[in-house]
Ligand binder design. Structure first.
Ligand SMILES: *[C@@H]1O[C@H](CO)[C@@H](O)[C@H](O)[C@H]1NC(C)=O
Ligand SMILES: *[C@@H]1O[C@H](CO)[C@@H](O)[C@H](O)[C@H]1NC(C)=O
Ligand SMILES: *[C@@H]1O[C@H](CO)[C@@H](O)[C@H](O)[C@H]1NC(C)=O
Length: 261
């Protein structure tokens, strides 16, 4: 095959990938919505009086000097699987806070995601959350932020501030290469091979941008044979999906242990 033909094939493949990404843009953000009826026994509780006016699910020892704030995907802080993750993080000794950043208005299927996200910008949410982080700080806590999808962008924004020490992004959405230029703290990015929201090529671009920073510690992993949402919204009947999500949690905990403890 001559090089012109090869180039054509590569271009055709690239165009195909780009078209697929546009077509399915954000749709994976909505796959496997949480089943609220699956709520089991929870180790934590919902509190409604946090600084900044937040309701939140809190779990783990409140006296801990290490806090983890989990930022949910668009479905919000009520998702049973997210709470289970929060309980597991809390069981390792962190005080875990899962705020309702949507103030009672999470995304659901009757809404238009593009419209909804205009009123629930993760960038603005991070700015608004300042009082919450300040109060954790004032309690002497070191803070990690773990974000999923929408929350991945939230975590990214927090990593540009002096209010936290470490972040983990699991299958993030809306995160850009330019964002990486402003990161101030160790960052872990957990991508997925089949993610059409932030596909592996995009994750590699983020990694490259971090690499160029020199002074920022980072780790990037792309989980094979799973899609966007794999860390917090997966098919519990699929052993491979369960195992991948468990590994993602282990990666997140290891990163937090390294920089918080
Ligand atoms: C979707 O959200 C709207 C507005 O918050 C709410 O009125 C409606 O009950 C929700 N629908 C479902 C299925 O939860
Ligand atoms: C959602 O809203 C956007 C922006 O207002 C609009 O362009 C799009 O057609 C809407 N999508 C659906 C499925 O209604
Ligand atoms: C991921 O993509 C591979 C290759 O296209 C496909 O075989 C597999 O079924 C996909 N898995 C998921 C969970 O989307």
């Amino acid at each position: 095959m001559d090089s012109a033909a090869l180039l054509f094939i590569c271009l055709a493949a690239a165009v195909h990938v780009a078209a697929a990404a546009t077509l399915h843009d954000h749709s994976q953000c909505l796959d496997n919505p949480p089943d609220l009826s699956l709520r089991g026994v929870e180790a934590g509780k919902v509190v409604s009086d946090l600084p900044g006016g937040y309701t939140a699910y809190v779990t783990g020892p409140s006296s801990s000097k290490h806090a983890v704030v989990l930022a949910s995907d668009v479905y919000g802080f009520e998702a049973p699987m997210l709470r289970k993750i929060a309980d597991k993080v809390g069981a390792t000794g962190y005080y875990v806070v899962v705020p309702d950043f949507f103030h009672g208005d999470p995304y659901n299927d009757s809404k238009n995601l593009t419209e909804w996200v205009k009123y629930h910008s993760p960038v603005k949410a991070a700015q608004d959350a300042k009082p919450l982080f300040t109060s954790l700080r004032n309690e002497g806590k070191f803070i990690g932020v773990g974000g999923y999808c929408w929350g991945g962008k939230f975590a990214t924004e927090m990593a540009k501030t002096h209010d936290i020490e470490v972040v983990v992004l699991s299958h993030p959405a809306y995160v850009t290469v330019d964002d990486m230029k402003e990161i101030k703290w160790p960052i872990e990015i957990l991508g997925a091979q089949n993610d059409t929201v932030t596909p592996p090529e995009k994750v590699r671009q983020l990694e490259q941008a971090l690499h160029q920073r020199m002074e920022i510690e980072y780790i990037v992993k792309i989980f094979p044979r799973v899609a966007h949402g794999f860390a917090c919204r997966y098919n519990t009947a699929d052993p491979f999906a369960v195992k991948s999500a468990e590994q993602a949690l282990t990666y997140m905990l290891d990163w937090f242990h390294k920089y918080l403890k």
